[in-house]
Design a protein. Structure first.
Length: 388
């Protein structure tokens, strides 16, 4: 008897030590994951934060007939190499919009080229020695400042880093997100309601359920190939448009919505259905008036999380051509457009150093959108969740 007791004590002690080791490993894994997340966020913010400020120069701008023909003649030759070509290009357009500017010479704060901006931020720059001396002289005279980069939020894409912004990508992302919601939500919810509440349990429905689960797990790039084959090549939907992007991402989001909706419907107690049947409700009335409203918080949470995943995908958008150069925001869903993930990919492949910080800044903007959507999902779940 003592031998058995001693053996049991040893086994019990061994199990307790194993449990402590398991808890320690779990806590270490959580700490490592949090450490990687903090490092990632810190690196993105540290790299992207400088993009939210932009160098500006106080220069003398001459609005004349010569500058009306050639915008570069509006500034001195010494300043021409330091002022952004984007500003010089719009000189004729400004004079056309306001004829009173003709013959006026005045000092204005104008956008500096990316190389000047990089030099002032202490980063590698391709400025020549005489250009650096000119910038230092302007600094000493108080004719250089670092201003908030509003152009990053109101401009579209540009080949000039100092002029590049995310506005066109944000508008394209909004169009794609709304179209994805419009196509995937009703079809996904109705499919889930049918499979969970009305479909018979036979071999056909089992095959459909297995395929829906598989579709939720396949790589997103395959949906891009599917969208290219069906929507562009077969239905001739305009390539690179928000419409084809929304349709493609709707296919990718639909399985997630179906699975989350079925789980939400399954969580509603059967007693509610039985009580509704007991007072004479039809099966459709039971679903429409009782089961679906009670499952709605879970349905909305799964939908928002699915949309957040969709808006962060770049592979399907690249396949259907939504990585085109888009300097202006689209005005309809059939115009050529891009989205934030595709814009980030395009900037990350550019050889100019100034696009590095803009890539990181765009990632910060995308993370803010994704975190906002996930926070909304958590808020709606906590507010409307019912415990049975």
């Amino acid at each position: 008897m003592s031998i058995i007791t001693e053996t049991a004590k040893k086994r019990l002690g061994s199990r307790r030590r194993a449990e402590k080791r398991f808890k320690l490993y779990s806590r270490l894994a959580i700490l490592v994951a949090i450490g990687f997340l903090i490092f990632f966020l810190y690196d993105m913010i540290r790299t992207g934060y400088p993009a939210f400020t932009q160098a500006e120069l106080l220069v003398e701008v001459s609005y004349s007939e010569e500058s009306m023909e050639i915008g570069q003649l509006a500034v001195d030759e010494e300043m021409e190499r330091l002022v952004s070509r984007g500003f010089l290009r719009i000189i004729p357009m400004r004079m056309q919009a306001d004829p009173a500017l003709m013959g006026v010479t005045r000092e204005e704060w104008v956008l500096a080229v990316a190389e000047v901006d990089q030099y002032l931020k202490g980063k590698p720059s391709r400025l020549r020695e005489d250009e650096r001396e000119t910038v230092q002289r302007l600094q000493a005279e108080g004719r250089v400042k670092m201003a908030f980069n509003t152009g990053f939020f109101v401009n579209g894409d540009s080949k000039l880093p100092e002029m590049a912004g995310v506005w066109a990508a944000l508008v394209g992302s909004a169009y794609v997100l709304l179209l994805t919601l419009a196509f995937s939500f009703p079809v996904g919810v109705l499919t889930a309601v049918y499979l969970e509440e009305f479909a018979p349990d036979n071999r056909l429905t089992q095959i459909v359920e297995v395929n829906i689960n598989n579709l939720a797990a396949i790589p997103s790039i395959l949906y891009g190939l599917l969208g290219l084959a069906i929507f562009i090549n077969f239905f001739h939907v305009p390539r690179s448009s928000s419409l084809v992007g929304g349709l493609t991402l709707a296919l990718m989001t639909m399985p997630v919505i179906i699975i989350s909706t079925r789980a939400a419907l399954r969580s509603v107690p059967g007693s509610i259905r039985e009580a509704a049947y007991g007072i004479g409700a039809t099966p459709w009335q039971v679903v429409w008036h009782h089961t679906l409203p009670l499952a709605l918080p879970g349905v909305l949470t799964g939908t928002i999380i699915g949309l957040a995943r969709a808006i962060g995908e770049s592979a399907p958008l690249l396949i259907i051509g939504m990585m085109a150069y888009i300097p202006d925001a689209p005005h309809s869903v059939t115009e050529a457009a891009t989205a934030l993930p595709a814009q980030i990919y395009t900037w990350s492949t550019d050889s100019q150093r100034a696009f590095t910080e803009r890539t990181a800044a765009a990632i910060v903007v995308l993370l803010a959108v994704l975190l906002s959507m996930n926070a909304l999902a958590i808020y709606m779940r906590n507010k409307y969740e019912r415990k049975w």
